[in-house]
Design a protein around this ligand. Structure first.
Ligand code: B12
Length: 310
């Protein structure tokens, strides 16, 4: 019976077997049901027939394929039913699965873990706050206690950035507002993942986002803001190394605000949380250290041009 599990582990053959659980099918019917190319379907059918998992019966000029016998059929049906059930996953389990995979460079498991959360209808904010944030916190702790090395920390960050590109595509809508945000990390600030979450969230809400990335020289940052005339400028400041340059950037941004180019300035990241007063004194309109508060209390208010919680 081991052959059956091998076949079920492969996506295309699993799709064909799932279709054949409904009864005998010819090649054209399988092509239509699976949206696979005809030569691929034929080669998978030939392989599984060779292994005794399928049988072929001629009916006039058509060849119909079916599952070889009731015993094999029971195994396939049970395995597929288990698979559907296994889409249930808690965030706690996902953090463990994804985190261990990320530091081992196992992108497939990270991606499959996300698929389960998508299937469970998790929101983008929940995936970011309840999966990615604790995963990266664990990665930092593992690095601190030397369970992983710097290369693994960088690899996990790189994989997470790729997974976030996937996440935002899954939640992307055609919704578009006239709102624009410029987001970036000032000189000496390299932690972009939190700010990228905020950027993704705004995109899903229909904002046009200009994500400048890490370590942006102050003059270039200011020129992007002058060019795009955003409604909101967002910075992230996570490590103490970026404090002085972050404050300086906010002061300069404040000076460039005028009637024609009026935007809200927001700062996030834990360094901003620790130095809230200094950032507010420098000209920030709000400090926000988590994406849930941003999504629930800040973005809707800015969209309505209401008063921000200070
Ligand atoms: C990954 C990582 C890196 C990566 C970053 C890759 C990348 N593309 O971002 C790399 C390897 C580049 C890096 C570099 C460094 N890092 Co580092 N890094 C981390 C790590 C492991 C995870 C950070 C992360 O991505 N978290 C996940 C995100 C999603 O969380 P977050 O940023 O907090 O974002 C959330 C909120 O803060 C908020 N948010 C964040 N930004 C914004 C912005 C806005 C506008 C809003 C509304 C909300 C918001 O929303 C997010 C979701 O809720 C942490 C460990 C830890 N415990 O945090 C250390 C950590 C942050 N790093 C640290 C340090 C010291 C450094 C280095 C100086 C190390 C070195 N000696 O070279 C350098 C350079 C840092 C610099 N000058 O900026 C320290 C900071 C300590 C401190 N108090 O200053 C930490 C805490 C590790 C530690 N315990 O020592 N790092």
């Amino acid at each position: 019976m081991i052959h059956v599990y091998e076949e079920l582990a492969e996506t295309s053959r699993r799709q064909i077997l799932a279709e054949l659980l409904h009864g005998p099918r010819n090649v054209s019917e399988i092509v239509a049901a699976t949206a696979m190319k005809q030569p691929n379907v034929s080669s998978h059918l030939a392989r599984m027939r060779g292994k005794g998992i399928l049988r072929a019966t001629k009916n006039g000029r058509e060849v119909y394929y079916s599952i070889a016998n009731p015993e094999v059929e029971t195994v396939i049906a049970a395995a597929l039913a288990r698979r559907i059930k296994s889409t249930d996953i808690s965030f706690e389990e996902a953090v463990v699965l994804y985190g261990n995979a990320a530091v081992q460079g196992d992108e497939t498991t990270c991606s499959e873990t996300l698929d389960k959360l998508f299937a469970a209808n998790a929101s983008i904010v929940d995936i970011y706050q309840k999966l990615i944030v604790p995963v990266m916190r664990n990665v930092g702790a593992w690095y601190g206690e030397q369970t992983i090395d710097a290369a693994q920390e960088h690899m996990a960050s790189a994989i997470t950035e790729r997974m976030m590109a996937r996440i935002v595509q899954v939640f992307a809508t055609s919704k578009q507002t006239d709102k624009v945000a410029v987001l970036g990390c000032g000189p000496n600030s390299w932690h972009t993942i939190g700010l990228r979450m905020v950027s993704d969230y705004l995109r899903v809400r229909g904002w046009k986002t200009l994500f400048l990335g890490a370590n942006v020289p102050q003059s270039c940052f200011l020129s992007q803001v002058a060019q795009h005339r955003p409604n909101m400028v967002l910075l992230s400041c996570k490590a103490e190394d970026g404090l002085e340059s972050g404050l300086s950037l906010i002061r300069s941004l404040g000076e460039t605000r005028c009637k024609e180019n009026c935007f809200a300035i927001g700062v996030g990241g834990c360094c901003a949380g620790r130095h809230r007063q200094e950032f507010m004194a420098a000209g920030a309109d709000f400090i926000c250290t988590d994406i849930v508060t941003f999504a629930e209390e800040i973005a809707p208010v800015i969209e309505k041009k209401g008063k921000l919680p200070r």
